[in-house]
Ligand binder design. Structure first.
Ligand SMILES: NC(=O)c1ccc[n+]([C@@H]2O[C@H](COP(=O)([O-])OP(=O)(O)OC[C@H]3O[C@@H](n4cnc5c(N)ncnc54)[C@H](O)[C@@H]3O)[C@@H](O)[C@H]2O)c1
Length: 371
């Protein structure tokens, strides 16, 4: 005998992204107004830096508003984005009596939103979560789009799930307390968005990069909106990365490998910056981008305070091996996304944005851009 389980689902995972300044009270009022239904038990997940700056006061405000909110703190930094730290959060939450009727409020940068979103996705088989992004990198990329993950010793982001938040808050005011290096790191994903989707934005960045680094209001608001607009125009068409979403991977084939090989001495955005240069240099050789535009890209990244060379402490053979942990690898062959001049990407066939690249092709480029 055979039974068929009819489990066809229609899912509406739509949600709002609110961009503004000092959004703490908006978060609390949204929760009071039922953003997460009737849930009263809230796990505020944050890191050791953001705890003092924002998460502590958010937790206090939630408690004052009648929620049963508790803070769970991980040590700041990429090295906390692990399965072990997820287990630590889960065990701490269980110990404090959190069960399926709770919800998660992630307050922090991309490490916190990636880890908290994944934790929420499996805790009690899934509880809802919201992201309160406090870094430019989280605002530009990590907190929006629904990809959540942890790193493994082999490579970054290998274990995770698609899990969409109920709402994302992008608090530009928080960028004021960000160390300059972190602000620059976030700019790498911003430059990436301009490279793949908006030439005008690229020119704007060329003109206003110094003001962004000084945290001037208007250009910061401009990039916050543009980043979300570009990322969402892609994610809405291809949430599960069956084709188009791969373009958001621009610069990440080499970037992710360098990030792991540096043992996280390089920040995510710094590694992506070098990865952007690598795909552009290779793209130039393949006729996808002019020498002049490669030069513009390298100058912009440098002016944003980002590295454009593979650091001397990274061995190229080790880096080449690491490239094979990339999710775009097919049949053991490396595949790269390439920008088409500035503001567009190369498409190689229907719904295919990745081009096979031989190890010797990319090795030659990496040798040239090594310190
Ligand atoms: N899910 C995705 O689609 C996606 C996309 C891009 C990047 N990512 C991930 O994002 C992570 C990087 O994000 P990140 O750069 O935000 O890292 P992060 O969360 O480690 O934050 C960077 C540092 O800034 C501190 N910090 C955070 N907000 C602050 C503030 N307002 N003021 C002062 N200090 C503050 C943090 O404590 C940390 O030390 C990586 O793990 C990367 O893989 C995910």
């Amino acid at each position: 005998m055979e039974f068929r389980c009819e489990l066809v689902r229609t899912v509406d995972d739509s949600y709002d992204i609110e961009i503004g300044r000092k959004l703490e009270s908006k978060l609390v009022s949204d929760l009071k107004n039922g953003l997460l239904g009737k849930r009263k038990r809230l796990a505020v997940i944050t890191d050791s830096n953001v705890k003092e700056l924002y998460a502590g006061s958010i937790t206090a405000m939630l408690t004052e508003a009648g929620f049963s909110a508790e803070m769970f703190v991980i040590p700041a930094g990429e090295k906390s984005k692990t399965r072990e730290m997820k287990e630590f959060l889960e065990d701490s939450m269980l110990e404090k009596g959190f069960r399926r009727d709770c919800a998660v409020v992630a307050v922090g940068g991309g490490v916190v939103t990636d880890l908290a979103g994944f934790t929420a996705g499996t805790f009690g088989r899934g509880v809802p979560f919201v992201n309160y992004a406090t870094t430019l990198l989280a605002a530009a990329d990590a907190s929006v789009g629904g990809k959540t993950a942890v790193d493994t010793p082999l490579a970054t982001n290998l274990i995770g799930m698609f899990n969409q938040p109920k709402k994302v808050y992008i608090d530009i005011e928080c960028w004021k307390t960000l160390p300059k290096r972190e602000l620059s790191s976030g700019l790498a994903e911003t430059v990436k968005h301009a490279c793949l989707g908006d030439e005008e934005m690229f020119s704007y960045l060329e003109e206003h990069i110094a003001e962004i680094l000084e945290n001037k209001a208007e250009p910061c608001e401009y990039i916050a909106e543009k980043n979300c607009g570009i990322k969402y125009s892609v994610v809405m068409k291809d949430e599960r990365e069956s084709g188009l979403r791969e373009i958001l991977n621009l610069g990440h084939t080499v970037g992710r490998a360098i990030e792991t090989c540096s043992d996280y001495r390089l920040l995510h955005g710094e590694a992506v910056s070098i990865g952007l240069v690598a795909q552009a240099r290779l793209g130039q050789e393949l006729g996808f981008i002019s020498k002049e535009n490669v030069g513009r890209l390298e100058r912009l990244l440098q002016n944003a305070g980002l590295p454009i060379r593979v650091p001397g402490y990274i061995q190229i053979p080790e880096l080449l091996k690491k490239l094979y942990t990339d999710k775009k690898v097919r049949d053991s062959r490396l595949r790269f996304v390439f920008q088409k001049e500035i503001g567009d990407v190369m498409q190689f066939s229907e719904n295919n944005y990745g081009r096979p690249v031989s190890e010797s092709e990319i090795a030659a480029v990496l040798e040239k851009i090594a310190e």
